[in-house]
Design a protein around this ligand. Structure first.
Ligand code: NAP
Ligand code: HSE
Length: 417
């Protein structure tokens, strides 16, 4: 029998306990051994009266318990989780985590510590087995590009906003359904997607970047005008995580993105996630499924348990020997090149358009299309640009923002084609 200790019995932890029980015979048959959770760690035992496994508030009763083979970390957060997971690894436990924030900061240190198995399938895209696909299934490939919807909460919010619903109301609903992080600003601010992108990028490129090193923008500024513009010009707005290999440089970014309605990824709505991975040998592959929620995430956690019980330790990030042939470096955020959509609210005055167009041209930004939406007391100008450098668009926006006829903060969304 394999004995498990579980740290954190919230949305995901309770779904793991429930589904291990529900599919017990099948799981035993696939793993080859009976699996039993013998201890759980929570903050407040009184909240968990319906759980019929022994509980504690002291994680060491799990990480240092000689009876326990596998520690499953489902508590979230970075510092405390790092303490728990390191302690488990130091005490020779196999470890499973769903914690992308932890991995975004400490994956390379944990890889060094992990003499035992360390699996983390649930940390990216909930129920989609994209870690195993990238690390194992695509291991023969140089990865040219990863592009995906990797935050269920944001995709749910953007999908519901298309129906005219209010951002705050839909976010509350996503929290109720167990999709959002304990602090939902990690979701809507793009940080959760960035954590996941960094995990994928370290498997694809062995690159040790931190969230602070990459471009991260969330969906907080998207409004119904942007959604209307997208509709009118044949786009969908999606929060995307993008990793691209350009020569020996890697571009990593997370931001709301306008993508053509005809693209497969544009059709992915609700809590569903989808990730396109392009390998130099295989070409484009695509992974789709539920990106958040207790059951979907438990499916991935239990698959890690089965994998570990079956045996054969895999290199955590997929490299047995460090990849020395080509050391990749990160492209600076300011040098990223993209097309942009700009939303500028202005007073309805003579010469406004000419001044804006002039500033854009002075900063090497050429306009591809333009739409003017009159409102009662002002006008909304919506521009789509040709490709421009991040630093040039930011400079142009800061100059235009200061013009006295500009009456609201300018919003921009990158366009990916
Ligand atoms: P959650 O519902 O907030 O549950 C967290 C659990 O951890 C609770 O049982 C809590 O105890 C316990 N906990 C927190 N801090 C603790 C501490 N210092 N000591 C002991 N126990 C502690 O979170 P969740 O949604 O299940 O997410 C868990 C992890 O999975 C996170 O890393 C999250 O990012 C990741 N994840 C979540 C999803 C999802 O859809 N929810 C999907 C993929 C990955 P109490 O119950 O006593 O408060
Ligand atoms: N909060 C995350 C999301 C959970 O909405 O995608 C899954 O990682």
């Amino acid at each position: 029998m394999i004995k498990i200790g579980i740290v954190g019995i919230g949305t995901v932890g309770s779904a793991v306990i429930k589904n291990l029980q529900k599919n017990r015979d099948l799981i035993k048959s696939r793993a080859g051994k009976e699996i039993k959770i013998i201890k759980g760690v929570v903050r407040d035992i009184n909240k968990h009266k319906n759980i019929d496994i022994p509980l504690t508030t002291d994680y060491k009763e799990v990480t240092r318990n000689p009876e326990i083979d596998i520690v499953v970390e489902l508590m979230g957060g970075v510092d405390k989780a790092y303490e728990v997971v390191s302690d488990a690894l130091k005490h020779k436990k196999a470890v499973i985590t769903a914690n992308k924030a932890l991995l975004a900061y400490h994956r390379f240190e944990l890889q060094k510590l992990a003499k035992t198995s360390f699996e983390y399938e649930a940390s990216v895209a909930g129920g989609i087995p994209v870690i195993k696909a990238l690390r194992d299934g695509l291991s023969a490939n140089h990865i040219l590009e990863i592009k995906g919807i990797i935050n269920g909460t944001c995709n749910y919010i953007l999908s519901e906003m298309k129906k005219g619903r209010n951002y705050k109301e839909v976010l509350k609903e996503a929290q109720k359904k167990g999709y959002a992080e304990a602090d939902p600003s990690f979701d809507v601010g793009g940080y959760d997607a960035a954590h996941k992108l960094l995990i994928l990028a370290s498997i694809a490129y062995n690159i040790d970047a931190k969230p602070e090193d990459i471009l991260i923008e969330g969906i907080e500024n998207i409004n119904l005008t942007d959604i209307e513009f997208a509709k009118e010009f044949g786009y969908e707005i999606k929060l995307l995580g993008i990793a691209k290999k350009l020569d020996k440089k890697i571009e990593l970014r997370v931001h709301p993105t306008l993508i053509k309605k005809s693209e497969m990824i544009a059709k992915v709505d609700g809590v569903m996630n989808a990730i396109s991975v392009i390998g130099d040998v295989v070409g484009e592959t695509m992974y789709y499924g539920p990106g958040a929620g207790g059951d979907a995430t438990a499916s991935a956690v239990i698959s890690d348990i089965i994998e570990i019980v079956r045996g054969s330790k895999k290199p955590m990030l997929g490299y047995k020997i460090p990849l020395e042939i080509e050391k990749c470096s990160l492209i600076k955020s300011e040098d990223i090149i993209s097309k942009y959509y700009l939303r500028i609210a202005v007073k309805d005055e003579l010469g406004v358009l000419e001044k804006i167009a002039h500033i854009l041209a002075q900063n090497n930004i050429s306009i591809e299309s333009f739409l003017q939406k009159p409102r009662n007391s002002y006008v909304k100008l919506l521009f789509a640009t040709h490709k421009a450098k991040e630093k040039e668009i930011k400079k142009a926006i800061s100059i235009i923002q200061k013009l006295n006829f500009v009456i609201k903060p300018i919003n921009y969304i990158r366009i990916e084609e």
